[in-house]
Design a protein around this ligand. Structure first.
Ligand code: ARG
Length: 585
């Protein structure tokens, strides 16, 4: 299904070639939405100089050669040399009928790439915080979207499952017992478990030399002592149960099969260091093995190294990430790697990438992208914290969102049974939080405001869910009125009788390009904006154009088909964002 933008671009390029010679046939016609027409082509302004004439003259010659009579009203040259193009209602209606017959509703299937997507990546025995929430939600939307565009997405949950704190965590687990209530905290309140272990380590007053045992435990863990590894695995299992409970609540697609934590690469770290040292890429400086890279300097121009082996022999976060990138290229066959990670880790990533390029582990034709995740702030404009200053617990936050959604539903739909309401409230509360993360550009900061998020008006998740349920109810009423079920109306030919119909159709026809745009720019907020505008176009249509009481069978059938198509696009779009619309609301 070619979108209007594609059809017009192709026609404009053909005209450019015919008017100015074949070397102009591939020039970008600079097609943009316009205030005065459906689109305007701005190419004439850029080409005038090259052609040695005025923009208006270029535009006039372009129009002379432009063959769009089947699709547009007569093109108009306006202003300094814009070519205004408006699609005829008949063409829009026919294109929309074809769109409705397309199972992919206009979304292209792209040349498949292998795309590892690194997202979520919480740390074992620690509570996930709002920052992890945001990488999880944004990463999941990108994974879903790229997959839908035909790519082979490989989800990589790079959890923090290794390091010195594990000595103290294992010792604490052994003391409280693996089956104890304290151990169960790892699943329900991991920070509490961590802090209890930390407190013992710091105080070390129980007379059993906890700190010394914890340190010995780290050594045993690193040496691969089987008994210690068994306890460590138990810790990981409890932590992943916690992560999975959050993923379940959120409706995130990550599973245990996507776990590829830091520890996965343990065996490779000595080899990574040896190879870099042998190649002269790393050198020992003050006892540590370091990579010095051009262009990475700190204060007073002092070079900042990527430390890959500390002076005590331990490996760091950078070493693991080098092994990780090598694995993704060499073993997974990556064409493009996404890191959906907090903005502060940008320097770290750039140093890892530069080192990997030097070492030959990251060839030039493999693209790496840091999808930077901005901070989530409280209403005071500072990093979101509880009143006591502790980081906000993710589960508590999600529960509160569901509670607020419940309160709103009690007010708006007192007739709904409590059990049904609980299901809907959960869908609405979760959608509210996820959509808030998705609808602003992923690298900007935003203030977490539950009241605004759960509101059913404005650019919110619940607003879009409500739009979908409203269309469902129209279609249900159509069913009851015997005008034919969804399947019989869905294929009816579309007709345009009102400008609002035409506007809604044009919006629907832009869905495929929007989704492709999210895949190219990795910006899910573009899809949010699109869906919000689509829902508004639907509201205007529904205000002006009676559906069930439409005059004439063909108009009613067309409008019902338009409702059904809008619902499909809304649902598909929300699904790519990881949001479900309740049956009723
Ligand atoms: N666990 C890290 C954190 O919580 C994020 C890991 C991101 N992925 C990576 N390959 N470094 O900040």
């Amino acid at each position: 299904m070619a979108s209007p933008a594609h059809v017009l671009t192709e026609r404009l390029q053909r005209a450019l070639g015919a008017a100015f010679g074949p070397e102009y046939a591939a020039v970008d016609p600079v097609l943009r939405p316009s205030q005065f027409a459906d689109f305007q082509a701005n190419a004439a302004l850029a080409l005038a100089k090259r052609l040695g004439t005025s923009p208006r003259e270029v535009a006039a010659r372009l129009v002379e050669h432009l063959d769009v009579a089947d699709a547009c009203d007569a093109p108009v040259v306006s202003g300094p040399g814009f070519v205004n193009l408006s699609l005829t209602p008949a063409w829009v209606a026919a294109a929309t009928t074809a769109l409705a017959a397309d199972p992919r509703v206009g979304v292209p299937l792209e040349e498949p790439q292998v795309v590892p997507v690194d997202y979520s990546a919480p740390n074992v025995a620690k509570e996930m915080h709002v920052g992890h929430l945001r990488t999880t939600v944004v990463g999941d939307a990108l994974a879903r979207t790229l997959e839908h565009l035909g790519h082979h997405v490989i989800r990589q949950n790079h959890i923090g499952d290794w390091g010195t704190p594990f000595g103290m965590l294992i010792e604490h687990l052994l003391e409280v017992g693996e089956e104890s209530d304290e151990a169960a905290l790892l699943v329900s309140d991991p920070n509490a478990f961590y802090q209890a272990a930390r407190a013992k380590f710091d105080a070390d007053t129980d007379g059993t030399d906890f700190a010394a045992r914890a340190r010995a435990r780290v050594v045993a863990l690193q040496a691969g002592d089987p008994e210690t590894l068994r306890h460590w695995e138990r810790l990981i299992a409890l932590s992943t149960a916690y992560f999975n409970s959050i993923y379940d609540l959120l409706g995130v697609t990550l599973t245990d099969a996507d776990l590829a934590g830091e520890s996965t690469y343990n065996d490779e770290l000595p080899g990574i260091c040896a190879e870099l040292e042998a190649a002269g890429i790393a050198e020992v400086s003050e006892g540590a093995l370091c990579v010095f890279l051009d262009g990475f300097t700190g204060r007073e121009g002092k070079p900042v190294p990527l430390i890959i082996r500390k002076s005590d022999g331990g490996y760091g976060y950078g070493t693991t990430d080098l092994a990780t990138i090598r694995h993704r290229v060499r073993d997974l066959g990556a064409d493009r790697i996404l890191y959906v990670i907090g903005e502060p880790q940008s320097l770290h990533l750039r140093m890892v990438w530069a080192t990997a390029r030097k070492a030959g582990w990251l060839p030039d034709d493999v693209e790496v992208v840091h999808v930077q995740i901005g901070n989530v702030l409280g209403s005071d404009g500072k990093i979101l914290k509880t009143r006591s200053g502790a980081p906000v617990r993710l589960r508590a936050l999600l529960e509160e969102a569901v509670e607020r959604a419940t309160a709103l539903l009690v007010e708006s739909r007192p007739d709904v049974a409590e059990a049904d309401r609980a299901v809907v409230a959960r869908q609405v509360g979760i959608a509210a939080v996820k959509y808030a993360d998705l609808s602003v550009s992923h690298d900007s900061e935003y203030a977490f405001d539950l009241d605004r998020m759960v509101s059913a008006s404005g650019n919110t998740g619940p607003y879009l869910q409500y739009a979908a349920t409203r269309i469902r109810s129209i279609l249900r009423r159509a069913d009851d009125a015997g005008t034919g079920g969804l399947s019989s109306v869905a294929s009816a030919p579309m007709v345009v009788t009102d400008e609002a119909e035409r506007a809604l159709m044009l919006a629907l026809l832009a869905f495929g390009d929007t989704v492709a745009g999210v895949g190219a720019t990795l910006e899910p907020h573009r899809l949010c904006t699109y869906l919000f505008e689509l829902a508004q176009a639907f509201t205007t249509f529904y205000d002006r154009c009676p559906v069930l009481k439409a005059e004439g069978d063909d108009v009613r059938a067309s409008r019902l088909a338009l409702c059904a198509l809008t619902l499909r696009v809304l649902e598909q779009g929300l699904d790519l964002l990881g949001i479900t619309a309740p049956e009723r609301m």
